[in-house]
Structures are given as structure tokens and as C-alpha cells.
Ligand binder design. Structure first.
Ligand SMILES: Nc1ncnc2c1ncn2[C@@H]1O[C@H](COP(=O)(O)OP(=O)(O)OP(=O)(O)O)[C@@H](O)[C@H]1O
Ligand SMILES: [Mg+2]
Length: 482
């Protein structure tokens, strides 16, 4: 578990050396011999513990301490002083240091402090995990319209009424559907999603209702459909506006009879399923154009929830933005960042055609790309563009927002280069490429449980090449059964 980081800040080389030797088996160690380097490292990394000398060049230790404690993820700072000067110690503790030690120190003293911090962090982590489960399905919104929607969700918890959720893309329709399920008496039963447009039209009926063996080419086995899978729980029919007309008729019958028939069967099966449907299309218009069945519409539209576009509830932007910063910091293992006041104003001046999803994606990119701990409007300029042409195809931009892998790598490399630029290494290319290759191979071996044939297939390289690399990098094949 060598993923936690420790920073040692001291201009006395012998101290740095001793601490490093003591801790480097268990932690990743960074070092700084002056306050300025320390601050830039702290700004760009998340340190579990910082050992900090008070009297260091450039910026003094107390200032480094204040800086470290101001972050949303403050590290545990241990102050090191040369002589036992009480004033420094008291001052340090007041400023939020975790502990202080006087030099020279005993090895046991350091081990004791680290163990104590580990214990405390462990209980903190456990608390956080519980919150995280909750956060996944958490709906945020202070605005009046969102508050009304929360009340409706509450009222729906005691009955099985069919719900139709309307709203533009990215307004949170799926999240609301999940919230209805989780808050209902069916919450222990399955929540099954059918994303209509993602299933080829000719397979949709079987996807929904199941099929008998041999009922069509490719039906090699009898299969239950999503309605049967959702029995006792909730089925979420997403993008219902994309459902072909003939299936609309079949769906209507299922709702009326509360039973489904597998394709090729003719035998009805009773199902008890709550239906929640959603669309960003204008179903009423589609009815006029004979593209959606009116009778099905009224069956689905027992309770209608219309989610407002984000531009109509801009007062929610600050809490949403802060919520995403917290959520994404955890997800991406990055430090939490602050939003400058002017950034909040900037975000609120934008119309977010891609709604909450666009806001979330913008924050994800900024978290990865920006170096500072406070997010400024400029950080968003390339991502959201108030009047530029970007807005026109913004939804495509959001949909193709899968280049985060590239962003993550770029972020890591930038950080690394920043760190080493003063040291003047000359084998950066080799280090980065080889380290990446080594890690990739190690991780693939874990996934493929040390099966080299499988691993080489996954990598798309020849097995002998893989063997050679394993040898070259001295990769020990760990037990992957964890
Ligand atoms: N009120 C909210 N609070 C927090 N997060 C939200 C909220 N609404 C939406 N989100 C988040 O925004 C993203 C988009 O939401 P969701 O997928 O539910 O939208 P949608 O309306 O189904 O969009 P689409 O029509 O494109 O499928 C998700 O990551 C979701 O978690
Ligand atoms: Mg959706």
C-alpha cells in the first residue's frame, strides 16, 4: 500500500536523509529544501504527512504551515525545531500543526506519531465511505423548483404510480428516477434501466419482454426480459420517445394487463413492476405528428415531473459546483479546490445548454487541468465559452468527453516536469516511458491473474515480447487474489 505521500521540508540534508530512509518503504517521499519549493509541492499534491522545519530559506516554515492548513484537504503537519523553543511550538500548534518534535529526534518518536495518524485517518476514511454511497444518488438543489420536485419524490414513496420525467438532456432525469426508486418501498428490489435508443429496434422487444429459445436467429437460449428482471422493483424506460410505434402498442398492453409475453411464447407471465419513463422529446408534439401513441402517453403520464433546465435555476449553480468538486476530487483522487467568487459569478452568467452534465464535465476538466488550488474564471475559458462558437456544438463536445484519460496523464506529467525542472535530470523521456510501460504491464498481469497469454492478448503484443519486458523490468508477479 505504497500510495500515500509524505513531504519532508528541511535544509539540513542529514535530517532529510534519515527521515527518508525511515519512511520510504511505506510511503512515497517528496523533499524540499526551501519554503518556496515546499509550497509549490503542497499546492500540487495531496500529502498524508508533512515534516516541516521552521527555519528554512526563502519562505519561513510558519508560512508554509498556514498555507498547508488552508487547503480543503489539509495534511498532518509535524513541525521540527532545532532547539526546544516553546514559542515556536505553541504557535505551531495554534496554527494547526499536528505535532512538533525537537531535533535530534528518536526513530521511535517518528514511528509513534505516524502510527497514531494512521489510526485516526483510518476511522475518518471509514466514515467517508459511508457518505460516498449516499452521494452517488444525491440530488442537489436549493431552488424552489427543485424543492418542489423533492417533495413530489417524497409523496411518490408510498405508492406505485407510474411517473413520466421530462426535461432537456443532462437535467438529471435518470438521477430523479433512481431517487424515486431508492426512496420507495421497492428500494430493496431491482432498479432496471432500459436505454431505448441504445438497443437495435429489432431486438428491443426481446430486451423488454424476453424470448424463447429459437424464436429468432441468434436466440440460442431462453431469456428473461428487463420487465421480469425488474419484478418487484422499478423499470426505468429511458428515452421513451425513441420507442418504435409497434412496440408502443405492446408496452401499453403490458401496462394494462400487468403481464408480459416472451417473444415466441404466447404464454403471459405476471409482473409487478413500477414504471418510470423519461424523455427529452416533446411527446405532446409527437402525438400530434402521430409518432407517439396518445393512449400510451396517458398511461405513462400519471405523475409528470418536468425538470427545469439549469439556466432557469442558476441559484443552484454554486452548490452544484461545490458538490461536484468534492465528488470528483474523491473519484479522481485529486485535491479539492476552491471556487473564487468571480468564478461563481462567471458560471452563473453562462447558460449551460448541456445542463448539469455540462457543469459536471466542465468541473472535471478544470480539476484535472488547472494547477492552482483556487479555480479562477480563466480556468474555464477554454472549456465553456460565453459567446464563442463552442456553444453550437457543445453537446457533441460533452458526449465526446472521454479524453479525460489523456487529461489525467497530461496532469501527472506536468506535475512531474514541474517537480524535476530544477534538478536538471536528463533522462526524462526514458523515465516516463519506461515507468508507464512497467506499470501498465504490472496492472495487466493483475487483471489477467498472471496469465501471460491473456495479458499479451489484452495488451495486443506478442507473448515473447511480454516475457522479455517482464524480465527487463524485473516485474515480480504478485498474487492477484485480492
Ligand atoms: N440535482 C442534481 N444533483 C446532483 N447531480 C445531478 C443532479 N442532476 C443531475 N446530476 C448529475 O448530472 C449528470 C446528468 O444527469 P442524468 O444522467 O440524470 O441526466 P438526464 O436528464 O438523464 O440526461 P440525458 O437526457 O442526457 O440522458 C449525472 O452525472 C448526474 O449525476
Ligand atoms: Mg438520461
Amino acid at each position: 500500500m505504497r500510495n500515500k505521500k509524505i513531504l519532508i521540508v528541511d535544509d539540513e540534508e542529514s535530517i532529510v536523509f534519515v527521515l527518508k530512509k525511515l519512511l520510504e518503504d511505506e510511503f512515497i517521499i517528496d523533499t524540499a529544501n526551501n519554503g518556496q519549493t515546499a509550497i509549490s509541492l503542497i499546492d500540487n499534491n495531496r500529502y498524508f504527512v508533512i515534516f516541516l522545519d521552521i527555519r528554512i530559506p526563502k519562505i519561513n516554515g510558519m508560512e508554509v504551515l498556514s498555507f498547508a492548513k488552508k487547503l480543503t484537504h489539509p495534511s498532518n503537519v509535524i513541525i521540527m525545531t532545532a532547539q526546544n523553543t516553546m514559542i515556536n511550538a505553541i504557535d505551531a500548534m495554534k496554527k494547526g500543526a499536528y505535532d512538533y518534535i525537537t531535533k535530534p529526534f528518536e526513530v521511535d518518536e517518528i514511528v509513534g506519531i505516524i502510527n497514531k495518524i494512521k489510526k485516526e485517518e483510518f476511522s475518518k476514511d471509514n466514515l467517508e465511505i459511508k457518505n460516498e454511497d449516499f452521494i452517488d444518488s444525491l440530488l442537489i438543489g436549493k431552488s424552489k423548483t427543485m424543492q418542489e420536485i423533492f417533495k413530489t419524490i417524497g409523496k411518490l414513496s408510498h405508492n406505485n404510480l407510474t411517473v413520466l420525467i421530462l426535461g432537456e438532456s443532462g437535467t438529471g432525469k435518470e438521477l430523479v428516477a433512481r431517487a424515486i426508486h431508492i426512496n420507495s418501498i421497492r428500494s430493496e428490489k431491482p432498479f432496471v434501466v432500459v436505454n431505448t435508443p441504445s438497443v437495435p429496434a429489432e431486438l428491443l422487444e426481446s430486451e423488454l419482454f424476453g424470448h424463447e429459445k429459437g424464436s429468432f436467429t441468434g436466440a440460442n437460449e431462453r431469456r428473461d426480459g428487463k420487465f421480469v428482471q425488474a419484478n418487484g422493483g422499478t423499470i426505468f424506460l429511458d428515452e421513451i420517445g425513441d420507442m418504435p410505434l409497434d412496440l408502443q402498442g405492446k408496452l401499453l398492453r403490458v401496462i394494462q394487463e400487468k403481464e408480459v409475453e416472451r417473444v415466441g411464447s404466447g404464454k403471459p407471465i405476471k409482473v409487478d413492476v413500477r414504471i418510470i419513463a423519461a424523455t427529452n422529446k416533446d411527446l405532446r408534439l409527437m402525438i400530434k405528428e402521430s409518432k407517439f401513441r396518445e393512449d400510451l402517453f396517458y398511461r405513462l403520464n400519471v405523475i409528470e415531473i418536468t425538470l427545469p433546465p439549469l439556466r432557469e435555476r442558476k441559484s443552484d449553480i454554486p452548490i452544484l459546483a461545490n458538490f461536484f468538486i468534492k465528488k470528483l476530487a474523491k473519484e479522481l483522487n485529486l485535491p479539492e479546490k476552491q471556487l473564487h467568487e468571480s468564478t461563481l459569478a462567471f458560471l452563473q452568467s453562462y447558460n449551460f445548454p448541456g445542463n448539469i452534465r455540462e457543469l459536471e464535465n466542465a468541473i472535471r476538466r478544470v480539476m484535472i487541468m488547472s494547477a492552482g488550488s483556487v479555480l479562477m474564471p480563466e480556468d474555464f475559458y477554454e472549456i465553456i465559452n460565453l459567446n464563442g462558437p463552442a456553444i453550437k456544438n457543445i453537446s457533441e463536445k460533452i458526449k465526446s468527453d472521454t479524453n479525460t484519460f489523456e487529461d489525467i496523464i497530461r496532469h501527472k506529467i506536468k506535475n512531474y516536469l514541474e517537480k524535476i525542472k530544477n534538478i536538471g535530470l536528463n533522462d526524462v523521456y526514458k523515465t516516463i516511458i519506461e515507468t508507464t510501460e512497467k506499470i501498465l504491464i504490472e496492472e495487466i498481469l493483475v487483471i489477467s491473474r498472471n496469465n501471460q497469454i491473456k495479458a499479451s492478448k489484452l495488451l495486443g503484443i506478442n507473448r515473447n515480447t511480454l516475457r522479455k519486458k517482464i524480465k527487463e523490468y524485473n516485474i515480480t508477479q504478485k498474487n492477484s487474489d485480492k
